[in-house]
Design a binder for this molecule. Sequence first.
Ligand code: ZN
Length: 82
Amino acid sequence: MSSHECEEALDRLFEYIDHELPDDELTRIGAHLKQCPPCEAEHQINEKIKRMVARTGDECAPDDLRQRVLQTIESARRPQSA
Ligand SMILES: [Zn+2]
């Protein structure tokens, strides 16, 4: 696993999610996501955003949406030690 692979995976993330890549690239990036938690997290975030945008049809504030999804994931990931 190299940062170059991460760069490539993140670079193609949206095309990957939209299945706009050739099969071999889909396979390659899918394999990378599976073994690279940070990229997989990014993948999950963007899939969620895509689904939310698709549901609401509201594309005017993707940054807001992203922040909200990130916060949700952050709070889910970090167990509250109380
Ligand atoms: Zn990666």
